[in-house]
Design a protein around this ligand. Structure first.
Ligand SMILES: Nc1nc2nc(S)n(CCO)c2c(=O)[nH]1
Length: 158
């Protein structure tokens, strides 16, 4: 499976995420498979910023991980990606979370995403579309969520 995480906490957040999905789906070598519900989520990392909207999608593609990263960055660029601070607010964020069984650690891409297992804003939507997918040390999103306190950080938006 190939899983992307989408997020936005600037501007029309829902429209930004829908536009990002459309941008990706327009690509001849990317096919959207599943789309999770949309969630309102409290910011983690740099907490002094607006709430995010987050979702995850699964895709099918013939691209390799670095080619897919390039297309995700292109899509962010086309959507006018605004990011002043590394951890600050952004109108659109497209992260590659899982790319089949690839393990990559280089200066532009880390797979699986290094913070995937500690992010309820990823694990909760991921549970919807890939509940039995091992995502971290053989554990599924359900296993990982059972170990976390996530009661008010992630709320179903739509
Ligand atoms: N809830 C939430 N917190 C975040 N902190 C960062 S950085 N990001 C950007 C994704 O890495 C997010 C996010 O998408 N959602």
């Amino acid at each position: 499976m190939i899983i992307l995480g989408l997020g936005s906490n600037m501007g029309d957040r829902e429209s930004n995420i829908k536009s990002a999905i459309c941008e990706l789906n327009k690509h001849s070598k990317i096919a959207i498979d599943k789309i999770s519900s949309l969630y309102e989520t409290k910011p983690v990392g740099f907490v002094n910023q607006p709430n995010f909207l987050n979702l995850v999608i699964s895709i099918n593609t013939m691209l390799n991980p670095h080619e897919l990263l390039s297309e995700c960055l292109q899509a962010e660029y086309h959507l006018g990606r605004i990011r002043k601070q590394r951890w600050g607010p952004r109108n659109i964020d497209i992260d590659i979370l899982i790319f089949q069984s690839y393990m990559i650690q280089d200066e532009v891409l880390q797979l699986p995403h290094p913070r995937l297992h500690e992010r309820s804003f990823v694990l909760i939507p991921l549970q919807e579309i890939a509940y039995d997918l091992p995502v971290y040390q053989g554990l599924t999103s359900k296993d990982l969520l059972q170990k976390m306190n996530t009661n008010d950080e992630v709320m179903l938006y739509k």
